[in-house]
Design a protein around this ligand. Structure first.
Ligand SMILES: Nc1ncnc2c1ncn2[C@@H]1O[C@H](COP(=O)(O)OP(=O)(O)OP(=O)(O)O)[C@@H](O)[C@H]1O
Ligand SMILES: [Mg+2]
Length: 268
């Protein structure tokens, strides 16, 4: 089932074009990563799906809504169907893990119950399930400002899952994490993808993780999509094309990729 369709899409800020003339469709249940050098428009594209960045021209359909023609109310409903995991976590630091995760359920709770932080037994059980999914249940009552970066990231994911979104947008969910925490976070996203059928779109800087976890990779350079396909087909030449523009940079990249492998270097 198609969830997102972009046609000749141009996104940007004011009159500045950042994402240039891209075309793609994304189906329910995909685990897709967007890779590419810093500043090429990955976050701009990701946040375009949530209608946070402006469409300068072209079409973008998300969950059956045309973002060029969407009204304020409809946009609010659409955003409740899309979970966002920000790089900076965006948690409420003075609230507990439990309350932060519960805030993901706000759109499904009466306002008064939300204000006094009243949760039904069923909601407690649900929150507990999400805490177990991300492995943070031991910290349920800890304030979020007392957690490590990896723990905060897991709470942010649990909050997004608690929203019951159809799509999760994750902007560099593992940057700043150690390899073990990074793996836990990606395993959690994979779990949300497989267990709840949520579509995951994540900006990643680590190609190895994209290869291991995703079933599709979009490579961007200078605002354009230069690769869209399976991680298995992502060869070194394509990676060079995504990450480099000038021959000098290509050479730097080649050396960076094969610093300890004379065999690979001489085979080039
Ligand atoms: N709010 C904004 N207003 C104006 N320009 C912006 C804004 N946000 C981003 N840009 C510009 O848009 C371009 C793409 O930025 P974007 O954040 O999408 O890149 P990115 O690929 O996500 O980079 P990174 O890997 O560093 O996160 C950059 O030139 C950036 O300066
Ligand atoms: Mg970014």
């Amino acid at each position: 089932m198609e969830q997102i369709r972009a046609e000749k899409l141009v996104l940007g800020y004011g009159s500045k074009e950042v994402v240039r003339n891209v075309n793609f469709t994304i189906n329910k249940g995909e685990f897709l990563s967007i890779i590419g050098p810093s500043g090429v428009g990955k976050s701009t594209l990701l946040m375009g799906v949530n209608a946070t960045t402006s469409i300068l021209s072209g079409q973008l359909q998300v969950l059956g809504k045309d973002l060029n023609a969407i009204g304020h109310r409809e946009l609010k409903v659409l955003r409740s169907r899309i979970g966002v995991i920000f790089q900076g976590f965006n948690l409420v630091s003075r609230l507990s893990v439990l309350d932060n995760i519960a805030s993901g359920m706000l759109h499904r709770k009466p306002l008064f119950a939300a204000l006094i932080k009243h949760y039904s037994k069923q909601q407690y059980e649900e929150i507990y399930e999400y805490m177990k999914v991300v492995g943070i249940e031991a910290e349920a009552l800890s304030r979020c400002d007392r957690l490590s970066g990896g723990q905060k990231q897991r709470v942010a994911i649990a909050r997004a899952i608690a929203q019951h979104p159809e799509i999760i947008l994750a902007d560099e969910p593992i940057s700043s994490l150690d390899p073990v925490s990074a793996r836990t976070v990606l395993d959690t996203l994979r779990n949300a993808n497989e267990k709840y059928g949520m579509t995951i779109i994540a900006n990643l800087h680590q190609i190895d993780y994209a290869r291991e976890y995703c079933n599709r990779v979009i490579g961007m350079n200078a605002g354009r999509i230069v690769y869209d396909g399976s991680p298995a087909d992502l060869c070194q030449a394509t990676i060079d094309q995504i990450y480099c523009c000038s021959p000098k940079k290509q050479e730097e990249k080649r050396q960076y990729h094969y610093p300890f492998s004379p065999a690979a270097a001489s085979a080039e």
